[in-house]
Design a protein around this ligand. Structure first.
Ligand code: SF4
Length: 447
């Protein structure tokens, strides 16, 4: 999540708030609180604004940004006014991501907010020449890692005593980024400045990968777990309790119930977190149990092993005018049908049209709603691709869940001891997914 601590910025100046994005279910705005946290009153106010100005759906993205959906041209102004009145300062400037618990995490090696604030100021004059997607990660080494974030410059706190040191990596997530050496804390702003100047000189379409010499593909490094779901020790002796929003979304009415539970548990604040998470900070372990119980009753994820964590879904029908299938309503059933395979090695995306809003990057398995053909087939299945890669519908929507259950059974039977689901799927020849999904197929898969 993107918790850069920046100086107070001009109210309402956040581009995402002032320039909302058109989607199939109206306008969407994205909001990243500059401090990384919201008071309980601010969350309640945002829920009110989501109902009054949008369709009541509040999302937390994979990077921990807050999104409100279903706005209109006329309601964007009132939403900006509500955000201003609530005293929420949106993040502006260069996107600099830090852990949502940075500064309060008992396990953090370095408080990443201090360096993030310096980098924010230092990069201000370069912004007009940097692409909108250029970003920096400052990972203080705490409990919630940012390894999965794709970024241009990554600084990771090096554990140990003595002078603060950051390991520097360039371009990509932590599994594939190029190591660039280490830098002392006091030298880090100048180093990052010089790297960003190099990018700025190439123009606004440049990303850090464009500045690097071609290298042969290397095996990806293991990444640290990023889930914010669980209980995290804080420096002041209290805890933060993290839960996950089901498929990244909650209705404002449910958020009200969750916020009331956080208040009853004595929470100081609520922190949007990566991987569609929300953290309540300042709790005792006993109070956290009450918060978790309410979250579970609302359908939220309270375990990092929850198979729904590995399924992304857009709102779909009826919320979105472009939708061909009810993606978000289908998603829990998809997770259930594929549960034996959802061990964290496979990503699944349910997209109600070929735009693929919920997961723009390729997924291992993408189920896409398309215009139905003469046989009423309306679901396409894409292996290792995006929703935009779907070419033709394969199944009727009501045949999807039994088809996934057959696929899950076949792969589970074929799984070798100690093998992860992605490895089993990889042994399947590229063109052979369809027979497993179509009822007429022979459903044996021999290792
Ligand atoms: S992917 Fe989903 S949310 Fe995005 S436009 Fe298509 S149907 Fe709408």
């Amino acid at each position: 999540m993107n918790r850069a601590v920046v100086p107070p910025s001009r109210r309402g100046a956040c581009p995402a708030l002032s320039a909302p994005m058109a989607t199939g279910d109206g306008l969407l705005v994205r909001l990243v609180p500059a401090d990384g946290w919201l008071t309980l009153a601010q969350v309640t106010g945002l829920a009110d604004a989501a109902r009054a100005c949008g369709n009541g759906i509040i999302e937390i993205t994979a990077k921990g940004s807050v999104q409100l959906r279903g706005l209109t041209e006329a309601s964007v102004g009132p939403l900006n006014g509500a955000v201003d009145t609530l005293g929420i300062t949106p993040r502006t400037g260069l996107p600099i991501d830090v852990s949502p618990l940075s500064g309060i995490d008992a396990t953090e090696v370095i408080d990443a907010r201090l360096l993030a604030a310096r980098l924010h100021d230092m990069a201000a004059d370069l912004l007009p020449r940097l692409g909108a997607k250029v970003s920096v990660v400052v990972d203080g080494g705490g409990a919630i890692s940012l390894d999965a974030f794709k970024t241009d410059v990554r600084l990771v706190a090096r554990p140990g005593k003595g002078e603060k040191t950051w390991d520097v990596w360039l371009a990509g997530d932590a599994a594939r980024a190029l190591p660039f050496g280490a830098v002392r804390g006091r030298d880090a702003p100048d180093l990052v400045r010089s790297l960003l100047e190099r990018l700025a000189a190439l123009g606004p379409s440049a990303r850090m990968a464009d500045t690097l010499p071609p290298t042969p593909p290397a095996d990806p490094r293991p990444m640290r777990e990023t889930s914010p779901i669980g209980l995290f020790a804080l420096k002041d002796g209290t805890s933060a309790c993290g839960i996950g929003l089901p498929f990244g979304a909650l209705h404002a009415d449910d958020l009200d119930v969750l916020t009331a539970a956080a208040k009853a548990a004595g929470a100081r604040d609520l922190r949007p977190a990566p991987d569609h998470g929300l953290l309540a900070s300042g709790l005792s372990p006993e109070a956290a149990e009450g918060f978790r119980a309410t979250a579970q009753a609302l359908g939220c994820l309270i375990s990092a092993d929850d198979p729904r964590r590995f399924v992304a879904a857009c709102p779909g029908a009826p919320a979105c005018a472009s939708a061909h299938i009810p993606a978000r309503a289908l998603a829990p059933k998809v997770a259930q049908a594929l549960e034996p395979l959802l061990d964290g090695s496979l990503s699944v995306h349910v997209s109600a049209c070929s735009k693929g809003c919920a997961h723009p990057a390729p997924a291992d398995l993408t189920l896409v709603g398309l215009e139905p053909d003469a046989m009423d087939n309306r679901v396409a299945v894409v292996r290792e691709g995006t929703a935009g890669d779907a070419t033709r519908p394969l199944l009727p929507a009501d045949a999807l869940l039994p088809a996934l259950a057959r696929l899950s059974d076949a792969l589970t039977r074929a799984r070798q001891p100690g093998e992860r689901a992605a490895e089993t799927l990889a042994r399947l020849p590229p063109a052979s997914l369809e027979p497993f999904l179509l009822e007429s197929a022979v459903l044996e898969f021999t290792p």
